[in-house]
Design a binder for this molecule. Structure first.
Ligand code: NAD
Length: 284
């Protein structure tokens, strides 16, 4: 068997077209474009590359992205103040605080201060609670990207066995709940899981977000399964790989998302989608 490749770039183009339409509808209804504020507290090169890519993606679909760069010596009080100002800004429908924050700043301040109506990356306490309770919610953009990929590829979830490798707050756990809410039978594996292959081989849909290159090999995959590789790992030569042995697994799986060119192509677009849909994605 040779897997169908789930091409994030092609899917991304279709998503962009839909977002441009949504952005135009937003402009027509509100007399101004939707706004996304990106709060940056770090100065590293990777976060700058990420910010620039997000601003370009926003420009491309017609969302106004504004970068708010915090001073290097800002403290938790200053961070809270900047977020409160953005909460009150009517031109801003979505707020993304880039994580991780520098060690002297508290992520809890962000989770507690961010207006849940503008929490387009689903990191606030309220978003987490809404997701848990299956209420309308913003969700972490990577998880939204995985669902978008499954939907656009026509891969059904209900009644199927989904195995999530990784249990972080930003990917593994919310993804497991989203799949559960779509009526999959979900197993979550993590670094302390014994005999990982016993679990992964049962998956009709295997979703991998561990941050470990080569973790999933061909013998760990049920023939014909869908394999979504969320991992992003930088090799010593600066190229990217996922967590899945792509060549080996492509010979066994029914469908496989590559890295690069897979889920990562959709993550930023999901932030923009949630910004444009903000009013309907939040529940009191
Ligand atoms: P994390 O380090 O917070 O969590 C990793 C999870 O994987 C943990 O639950 C850990 O127990 C589990 N794990 C680690 N090694 C394992 C092993 N050998 N076997 C089984 N489980 C193992 O990471 P994260 O933030 O959830 O990110 C996971 C991966 O996804 C990383 O490679 C990250 O770069 C990538 N990522 C990609 C996107 C995207 O847009 N595609 C977005 C966020 C994260």
């Amino acid at each position: 068997m040779t897997a169908t490749i789930l091409d994030g770039r092609a899917i991304g183009q279709a998503v962009r077209d839909d977002l441009a339409r949504l952005a135009a509808e937003y402009r027509a209804a509100n007399g101004r474009p939707a706004g996304l504020a990106i709060v940056r507290a770090g100065w590293d090169a990777a976060s700058a590359v990420y910010t620039n890519a997000l601003v370009r993606a926003a420009d491309g679909v017609g969302v106004v992205a504004t970068v708010v760069t915090l001073a290097a010596d800002v403290d938790d009080t200053g961070l809270r103040g900047r977020i409160e100002a953005l909460n009150a800004d009517e031109m801003v429908q979505g707020i993304l605080v880039q994580l991780p924050l520098p060690p002297h700043l508290s992520q809890r301040v962000v989770a507690e201060t961010l207006d849940p109506r503008k929490d387009v990356d689903g990191i606030s306490l309220r978003s987490a609670g809404n997701l848990f309770l299956r209420l309308p919610s913003f969700v972490p953009s990577t998880c939204a990207a995985v669902l978008e990929m499954l939907d656009r590829a026509g891969i059904a979830v209900a009644g199927r066995r989904a195995v999530v490798v990784g249990a972080s707050n930003v990917v593994g756990k919310p993804l497991a709940f989203l799949l559960l809410h779509r009526d999959a039978t979900v197993t979550v594996c993590h670094i302390y899981t014994r005999d990982l292959a016993v679990w992964t081989r049962q998956a009709d849909i295997l979703l991998v977000a561990a941050g470990k290159p080569g973790l999933i090999t061909a013998e760990m995959v049920k023939p014909g399964a869908t394999v979504i590789d969320v991992g992003i790992n930088v090799r010593p030569d600066n190229t990217l790989v996922g967590d899945v042995d792509f060549d080996g697994v492509a010979a066994v799986a029914g469908a496989l998302s590559p890295v690069p060119g897979g889920v990562g192509q959709l993550t930023n677009l999901m932030l923009l989608k949630q910004t444009l849909l903000a009013p309907s994605l939040w529940s009191e």
